[in-house]
Design a protein around this ligand. Sequence first.
Ligand code: B12
Ligand code: SF4
Length: 453
Amino acid sequence: MTKELDLSGMRRILVVNSRSGPGKLAGQVMWGAWAVASYFKTAVKDSDVKYLDENNEDDFFAKFAEIVKDRDTVGFSVTSMQIKYTLPLIRYIKEHHPGVRVITGGIHHILFPGQDPGKLIDEVVTYELPRDNFLYEFLPEKVREGYRRDRAQVITGFNCSFKCAFCVNSVRNCRYEGKPVDKILADIDYVVKEFSPPKIYFRDEDFFFDIEKAKAVVAHLLEKGYRFKWEATSRVTNFTDLKINDALLDRMARCGCVQLRFGVESGSQKTLNHLRKGQTVARIKRAVEQCVGHGISANCSFITGIPGETAADREETYALISDLHALGPLVEILGPQVYRPYPGGTLYEEVKKYGLHFPASFEEWENFYDSNPTGSVFDESPGYPWLSAAENKSLPKVWEVAHYGLNWSAARNPVKKLVGFWFKNLHWRPRWFGGPDLWLFMFLRKKLLKNGI
Ligand code: B12
Ligand code: SF4
């Protein structure tokens, strides 16, 4: 187990981010792998660093096999869901280029620091490498195209100081880490100059945690007169007189803020308390109303399938979703997605009592999600022991009904509107999360839409 990564002997380096599922997440920015490639390039003297993200490359394997030939070190960034796609690449290296040093790091190793990495991996890094600088030379062409066409991203902070019981941050010994304001502003200016994006997403677990930073960004955008639209994530608890108040919302709307994303999670106060979310239903409503009042869209994310959550709690969530949706087309509903447990934290202790097991070594994760795909956002068969057979079947479909029934009913496109009308009245209102029409719709969605979304 590596304590401090030894950079000596590294010069010709390849950093790889494999895909995480059968499809590719094309156009997405892979911050972890990007940070690592940038760090190696900056920290290793005379380095020659290459970067490959399978999600954003055509002919990925051919490129990988070619580049790896003359490397001394290959680093892989891994979430648990990527292990299935990373291990075959590591096996290829060990078979064809046994002298190459293989290093793995990323959130999987941070979550499971003590796990046996097996014989194929030379070093495992279980902490975050410095991420002060994201070198744009590593940004793949497909991501650049997305920046120009739809939306660019600027990272403005890392981690989170809260410890919500269901969240990965509750099991990590982490706190919110701001990025220096001058760096954020320089990044914004660079991205505008280089890509002229129609929109920017400020990537941050809580953009308003450091309110002075948020205000400085808003002041900068107003001063520069930039025309792009922007969106960010916030806790609803930031909506106070001292933080996000009407005056700030007004300035935000004036400089292009079009959406804030909220982790609403539940409409049941009992569940919110159980999740240690630190927010009330009344506050959720107030924040969303205030946002909408300033013409800013509110994207409200929910989870369900939590141990201890009753049908009555779920009904309170559905009722809150309906109330928020009734505020108009500026409210977007995300989920409710089925809770995905990760080891550690208070909720995991409860989950363990139901006998849910996670693999004990790195290699055992390879096929874990084949039979128990708890990592998939669109997991259709969680098989959780704390849910009944009927709940395991119906809960993963709730988000489809909410998305197509509520969000689409507010769309301008007449086809979407019609589908929305159908799902809202036939499924959402009677809480019917099944039926042949829903099955057919889900089937078509998977076949037709990019990334299955
Ligand atoms: C932003 C984000 C995304 C973005 C960007 C992903 C990315 N890789 O950057 C998008 C939307 C694309 C995304 C997609 C997915 N995500 Co995501 N995502 C996040 C989120 C919210 C923040 C990650 C981030 O940007 N961190 C900032 C970067 C700079 O830090 P970092 O990635 O940890 O990297 C540092 C260290 O880990 C280390 N490191 C990383 N790689 C390497 C490699 C080497 C060799 C070394 C030495 C060190 C090292 O140094 C880095 C710099 O400090 C996290 C939650 C969280 N708090 O971590 C979830 C999270 C990482 N995602 C998760 C999941 C499940 C996914 C998906 C699999 C979802 C899906 N089913 O499609 C995909 C996988 C994407 C992929 N990696 O290929 C899970 C992973 C859980 C797990 N057990 O692994 C998390 C933890 C959220 C959760 N549900 O709890 N995600
Ligand atoms: S759910 Fe949101 S607020 Fe809670 S710990 Fe996770 S990132 Fe922080």
